[in-house]
Write a new protein. Sequence first.
Length: 339
Amino acid sequence: MIIDTFTLVSSLCALGYLLIMGILIYLVRREQAPGIQGVQEALLLQMKDSREQVQEINRYIEKRLADGFEKTNTTFTDVVQRLAIIDQAQKKITELSGNIMSLQDILGDRKARGAFGEFQLSALLRNMLPETSFNLQHTLSNGKRPDCFLYLPAPTGNIAIDAKFPLENYHRMLLKNATEADIKKAQTQFRIDIRHHIDEISSKYIIPGETSDGAMMFIPAESVFAEIHSNFPDLVELAQRARVWMVSPTTMMAILTTARAVLKDAATRQQIHIVQEHLILLAKDFERFDKRMTQLARHIEQAHQDATEVQTSAKKISQRFSKIEQIDLTETELEEEMV
């Protein structure tokens, strides 16, 4: 389009130039006066100026068209790049939509829902606790197998966790095209599902003497957990009476953090017994050390006394040798020294 405009302007300039030239030639031919030579020169000069002006206009137009073409080309390149980015974003949105649909299919199917809940619960456990503190394949004495079994010290005791939460009617409650009657029906069925699930957990996973006095119901979505506590308080009370604790991923993290502290404290208490045994042995060793140190002190004191007496005898012997050398010994002095 820019090239067509440039061609049109150039053609108009050329036509204008030819028109001016034709008018000037026509005037020259009509003019027969004596001063025709001066008129011709003036016309030629005017033609030259007109030609230069036309050329200047052509250069200006060419420059403006070139600048416009460069800007248009840059804008077109930016538009192409932005369209490519938008196309990539559209692909990601399409992929995300497919993933959301897949997640809805997972949460709608009972077996797939259980696998998803178990996977999420397993990830939380492995991030928060050592492998020896839980079991994902534990079988209770009644033959039932919870999704997870936490090994906690007394007085808490071992806790069973169920991760197969019923979500079908919860999704029906949120359907956009659902009528008010459909929503109420889904709410009623959702309440029935949760009641049944609470009863199952309480009857299967709470065994006196083998497990804790309660069990956990893992809800793999914060929105469902909030919905139950906001709009179904009767289910929360029922779960509390049945000793079934409802937990979401966030509250499960808090519980596992507390469990880790309890396990660490229990391990510390076990180590304290070992430390006490070593302290008792150390006290006995120190008692023997004290006795031997006392005996050594007595020996050192006796040795010091013996050394003092030996030193006194040595001085006396030295004095005798001195007197013998001087021959100053008398019988009286000898008797005195014998005393």
